[in-house]
Design a binder for this molecule. Structure first.
Ligand SMILES: Nc1ncnc2c1ncn2[C@@H]1O[C@H](COP(=O)(O)OP(=O)(O)OP(=O)(O)O)[C@@H](O)[C@H]1O
Ligand SMILES: [Mg+2]
Length: 440
């Protein structure tokens, strides 16, 4: 066998490529030539084998993990040794890890979270019933196989093989601090409740978008688990119900005896809250959303639909959300146009005030009259009416005076002849104008 052939094989398995690397070594994609199937091979770090007691613990834990047959637990095919390197052959799983899914910091809808948590809880309870505790439940150890429909737990019990016998009291802590139970950090005896705590942290992260305890050092994170209360889940995701928040916090109790009796007990209660919420609240929210949409309160409608989608997404809610967003966009466009119209109107009025020559449409349509002309005409008309009243009065006084004068001039008691009036009118034209005005 050539050196190249040797390098591309581990035991009987052909190495097809590297998948990734973790705390224990490198994981390869391989092929079993006898059964012609793909496998995943975890080749342990060389230095681990020289750690006292490691190999025995590793073999024992691998044997226990291999005894687990569950659709949500990775199948262990073989544990072997090749030229002094130890390896673990597993069922090959394709799909992203739960860590990849949760990486963007967005929360999952409650129904999707329960959909993923339920099989994981079943797998953990199944292992617990067989006396196996995972000890390193974390999103990176969950592969979402079969297009995300089958979450599968990997690395069962592997962490334990790195712990020396009795290290529980020596303070050697292995695992991922973000998902570690207080009892594990304190080096206490671990029971199934430690896996429940870790799954509780995953549930918290799924529903709030972040783990409860973060820090710049592992010590800070561990300190949070041991002595800090987790931040209220509702403060991070207000769409969650009070009950959901309570359930999450119960799974994260510092004292393992205050948590749920079993992992599935925790997830079942979560499931019940979802079912109740869907039957009681979802329809009510849908009705409210439709009312809000009818009164053009699109932001309120969208908030309601977001709440629905955050908890129990449905095709109906998704379609409504689409419609609502489209209508909101159109509504905003209309509002913008109305605003523009107002602005144009304002501008026109300002221009009219500043520039009196602007022509405005007259009320009866068709003809146009200059604004200034209109004002002048109406002012002139008012004045004319006043003048005509004054003129009448004035004319009457003049006429009266005139008649009196004519009588006086014609020596009193004789009626004035037309000749006399004519000669008076030619001498005094004002009298003539007044008589004409009175005539008209
Ligand atoms: N059975 C498998 N099938 C396909 N990919 C796998 C399998 N087991 C592990 N992997 C992938 O191999 C990569 C390395 O896994 P590994 O377990 O070594 O690292 P880790 O989980 O990141 O860290 P840790 O050592 O703490 O478990 C990960 O991307 C993991 O998803
Ligand atoms: Mg792993």
């Amino acid at each position: 066998m050539s050196k190249k052939d040797q390098a591309s094989k581990i035991g009987k398995y052909e190495i097809l490529g590297k998948i990734g690397e973790g705390g224990f070594g490198i994981v390869y994609r391989g092929r079993d030539p006898m059964l012609d199937r793909e496998v995943a091979i975890k080749v342990l770090r060389a230095d681990l084998a020289s750690t006292p007691g490691f190999l025995e613990r590793f073999r024992r834990e691998a044997r226990l993990a291999a005894s687990l047959h569950h659709p949500n637990v990775v199948g262990i095919i073989e544990v072997g040794e090749h030229e002094g390197r130890y390896y673990l052959v597993m069922e090959y799983l394709t799909g992203q890890t739960l860590a990849d899914l949760l990486d963007d910091g967005k929360s999952l809808p409650l129904t999707r979270a329960v959909e993923l948590l339920h099989p994981l809880a079943e797998a953990l309870d199944y292992a617990h019933a067989k006396g196996v505790i995972h000890r390193d439940v974390k999103p990176g150890n969950v592969i979402l196989a079969d297009d995300g429909k089958r979450p599968v737990l990997t690395d069962f019990g592997l962490v334990k093989s790195r712990l020396e016998e009795g290290t529980t009291t020596t303070g050697v802590v292995l695992g991922t601090p973000e998902y570690m139970s207080p009892e594990q950090i304190q080096g206490k005896e671990l029971g199934p409740a430690a896996d429940q705590y870790a799954l509780g942290i995953i549930a918290y992260q799924m529903l709030t978008g972040r783990v409860p305890f973060k820090g710049t050092t592992p010590f800070e994170v561990q300190n949070g688990h041991v002595s800090q209360p987790p931040p209220d889940p509702l403060s991070l995701n207000p769409a969650l119900s009070l009950d959901t928040g309570k359930l999450l916090l119960r799974a994260l109790e510092k004292d393992p005896s205050n948590r749920f009796q079993s992992v599935i007990g925790f997830v079942n209660e979560l499931n019940q809250v979802v079912d109740q919420w869907i039957s009681q609240k979802a329809n009510q929210i849908l009705q409210e959303v439709q009312q809000q949409m009818a009164s053009m309160n699109f932001d309120n409608a969208i908030a309601g639909l977001d709440q629905l989608q955050a908890i129990a997404p449905s095709a109906k809610a998704a379609a409504l959300l689409n419609e609502c967003q489209r209508k909101k966009e159109k509504w905003n466009q209309i509002q913008d146009l109305l605003k523009q119209q107002d602005q144009v109107s304002d501008q026109i009025n300002k221009m009219i005030k500043a520039e009196q020559w602007i022509k405005l449409p007259s009320k009866n349509g068709g003809s146009y009259a200059p604004q200034k002309e209109k004002e002048t005409i109406s002012a002139w008309l008012n004045t004319k009416v006043d003048i005509s009243v004054d003129k009448g009065l004035f004319g009457f006084v003049i006429l009266f005076t005139l008649v009196a004068l004519v009588f006086a001039i014609n020596l009193g008691y004789q009626a004035p002849s037309i000749e006399v009036i004519k000669s008076l009118c030619s001498r005094y034209p004002l009298i003539f104008i007044t008589l004409l005005a009175l005539d008209s």
